[in-house]
Every structure is written in structure tokens, then in C-alpha cells.
Design a protein around this ligand. Structure first.
Ligand code: ADP
Ligand code: GN1
Ligand code: MG
Length: 359
């Protein structure tokens, strides 16, 4: 079946005409479907990454319902401020066809999904969006969510997988990666910190998004104000630090994630300030002192983790992240390590910024 034919299996009130690849996600295959005057998002879910599609879609259904209720209660526009699943003609949340899984969403029109920060206000509003997201789900029973990817941000586990990939050296690449491997090994104890504090109860477990890249929030294309938070595949119990840290990782670096000129890769402190301001305004009162203290560290940790994941995938033969050319995961790893080191260097400055907005 073509993607247009797949789209026809969903309960649309108009005829799908075209389906074109869309967006810059690293995981799912995303298409924009045109049907008369309306657009839809159609996705082939990456079931190697997400084997429990049923559990995943049930999570998304329940989470979007809760957000919808909160948006309506606050007098907002649920059509634009919340992701909306289109069921199949048979009334299911997703379609299974020849071993593949598909889902459809309403296309949120007149929005921006940014790959880098073009205007600082956009980054501020993305922080408001992810802060609000966390607040709206604060009373959601976390234990009833299925864990789409167990240990997703368990950095101890990520470190272990990295060492296993080095030992296996499936592609014969380890010898040429000694510098990168040493970079990770020198930071092993950093990977143990947040995991340890969660285990001891010193950090609380919350319902978090876990993939708070700037392009996973849609902003109004005129005002920049936050509309829907998207890419809800990884909504699971986690730490607020994962959400804050991953946004800092992606958004404070003015360069692309696979930039090869590393002089362009750094943490823009003024962007860190924009994000901190927005996040603390939106959910600061619910954060504990320990969470706030570790916000700058989380930017470093999530960047280090992402670099470790890109390096591990490169060592394993690029089986997880989509790549568009052979060295892309290595280039992505380099930007993350450069950025992680820069965040480390700027740690005192970043801590002072958090204090400034901690009211
Ligand atoms: P991935 O998991 O591969 O990152 P996403 O769900 O993030 O997939 O979708 C990829 C891109 O498609 C997003 O970054 C965004 O640009 C666009 N997109 C996804 N859902 C919508 C939607 N409902 N409305 C408008 N654009 C969307
Ligand atoms: C993936 O799906 P996408 O492109 O928003 C990945 C994130 C990484 C990110 C790096 C499910 O995000 O964890 O941080 O790439 N998502 C998954 O760009 O692994
Ligand atoms: Mg995405």
C-alpha cells in the first residue's frame, strides 16, 4: 500500500490526495498528508525502537486526553494546544499493516517546529511549553504508564551499553575512536549522579516528556507562543532534570546537531537564561531545591548522554538513529562532547542564572 492508501484507512472526513515525507525526526517516518484543504501527520512508528506499540499508543491517548482537559479548563484552544489522534476507520488508535504500525494526527497549522533557535523568545516559549506540560501531568498516575523504552535516561545503563559496544567493536571502529572513548570514560562518575539520587529518593520521579528537543514543540508562527507539545512516544516516569537538560542540550547550541565545524558549537549562556526563566516560571514552584540546584548539571548530563548514545550507535553500526550519510552519528557525537565540555566550563555562570530566577 502507498502512504496515501495507508492514510485512507483512517477516519478522515475528506479524501487523502498526497503524502510527502515531513520533518527532521531521527526515529519515526513522518509524512504530511494533504486531503482537500486540510493537512494531517501520518507516521510509521519505529517498532524496533518502540516494540510495544499498543502500550505506547495507550500512553499517548491518555496523556493527550488529560492535557486536552487542562487546556479546555484554562480557556485555551485544544485544536492547537494539544496533539489529536485520528482513529482508524475501525476505531483503533493505530493501524497495523504487514508488520508495520501507523498513526495519524491532526496537523497543527500556523506553527513553527524549529531546528535551531532563530529568536530567543522562541526558546523562552518552548521552556514555558515543557514546563506547562510537566505541570499539566503532575497529578497523572505515573505508575499506570507503560514504559515505552525502559531505562531511557538511565545514564548508568547508557554507560554500560557504551562499554559493551566498545568491547564488541562490531564494525572495527573502536581503534579510531580512542579520544572519544577516553572522553566518556573520564566522565563515568557523572553518569551515576542523577540515577543515584532518584534511587535514594533525593530526587522525585515525575511524569516527564523525556525528548524535549526544540522541534518537539510547536510554536505559533506569529506570536511564538507555545501550542502543542508533540512527539509523546517517550512520555514516562522520569526526572524533571531530563526534560530541562535535553532542551538545554539541543537549544542553547546555535549550530546543527551534526555540525562539523566545532568552533560553531557552544552553549549560548543568554539562551540558557531564556530557557531557565521560562521553565521556572511555568513549573518552578513545583520543583524541589535539589532539582533546581541540578538544573545546570542536567544540561551537561543530557548532552553527555546523547553523545554517548550517538557514539554507541556508531560503534554498533548505526542501527538506532536515522543517518543520512555514513559518519553522521560520529559528527553528532563530536558536537555533543564539545557542547558538554563547554557547559562544564560555564557551570558557575549557569548556576548563578538559576539562582537569579529561583523566586
Ligand atoms: P520523531 O519521533 O521522528 O522525531 P515527531 O513526532 O517529532 O517524530 O515528528 C517529526 C516532525 O514532524 C516534528 O519535529 C514536527 O516538525 C512535525 N510534526 C509532528 N507532528 C505534527 C503535528 N501534529 N502538526 C504539525 N507538525 C507535526
Ligand atoms: C531522537 O525522535 P527525535 O528525533 O525527537 C531520540 C532522542 C534524542 C534525539 C537526538 C526515542 O529524538 O532521545 O535525544 O533523537 N528519541 C528517541 O537528536 O530515542
Ligand atoms: Mg521528534
Amino acid at each position: 500500500m502507498t502512504m496515501v492508501e495507508i492514510a485512507k484507512q483512517f477516519a478522515l472526513d475528506r479524501e487523502p490526495l498526497t503524502a510527502e515525507p515531513y520533518g527532521c525526526g531521527h526515529i519515526n517516518d513522518t509524512y504530511c498528508v494533504q486531503a482537500a484543504d486540510k493537512r494531517y501527520i501520518l507516521q510509521r512508528i519505529n517498532h524496533n525502537v518502540f516494540p510495544d506499540v499498543k502500550g505506547l499508543m495507550s500512553n499517548i491517548q491518555r496523556v493527550t486526553e488529560t492535557i486536552r482537559e487542562k487546556v479546555v479548563a484554562a480557556g485555551g484552544d485544544p485544536e492547537r494546544e494539544c496533539l489529536q489522534i485520528i482513529p482508524t476507520k475501525g476505531g483503533k488508535a493505530y493501524l497495523e499493516h504487514e508488520g508495520n504500525y501507523y498513526r495519524m494526527y491532526v496537523f497543527v497549522e500556523r506553527t513553527l517546529s524549529l531546528q535551531t533557535v532563530e529568536n530567543p523568545i522562541h526558546f523562552y516559549y518552548s521552556a514555558v511549553a515543557f514546563g506547562q506540560f510537566q505541570r499539566r501531568l503532575a497529578d497523572f498516575p505515573a505508575e499506570t504508564l507503560s514504559e515505552a523504552i525502559p531505562n531511557f535516561h538511565n545514564t548508568v545503563n547508557r554507560y554500560r551499553n557504551f562499554e559493551a559496544a566498545v568491547a564488541a567493536d562490531k564494525m572495527g571502529r573502536a581503534a579510531s575512536l580512542q579520544e572519544e572513548i577516553a572522553f566518556v570514560r573520564a566522565r563515568k562518575t557523572d553518569t551515576e549522579k542523577v540515577v543515584g539520587l532518584l534511587a535514594s529518593g533525593e530526587l522525585p520521579l515525575r511524569v516527564t516528556h523525556n525528548d524535549t528537543k526544540l522541534n518537539n514543540v510547536l510554536l505559533d508562527d506569529v506570536t511564538g507562543k507555545p501550542m502543542a507539545v508533540i512527539d509523546l512516544d517517550t512520555v514516562m516516569p522520569g526526572s524533571s532534570l531530563y526534560d530541562f537538560g535535553d532542551s538545554i542540550r539541543f537549544g542553547t547550541n546555535p549550530a546543527a546537531e551534526d555540525e562539523t565545524d566545532l568552533s560553531k558549537v557552544y552553549c549560548d549562556v543568554s539562551l540558557f537564561e531564556e530557557y531557565t526563566k521560562g521553565f521556572l516560571e511555568a513549573c518552578g514552584e513545583s520543583l524541589t531545591a535539589k532539582e533546581k540546584e541540578l538544573l545546570p548539571f542536567s544540561g551537561y548530563l543530557m548532552t553527555l548522554e546523547c553523545g554517548i548514545r550517538f557514539l554507541t550507535d556508531y560503534l554498533e553500526g548505526d542501527t538506532y538513529f536515522k543517518i543520512h550519510y555514513p559518519e553522521q552519528n560520529l559528527h553528532r557525537c563530536h558536537t555533543q562532547f564539545k557542547l558538554a565540555a563547554d557547559i562544564q566550563d560555564k557551570m558557575d555562570e549557569l548556576c548563578a542564572i538559576v539562582k537569579k530566577y529561583d523566586k
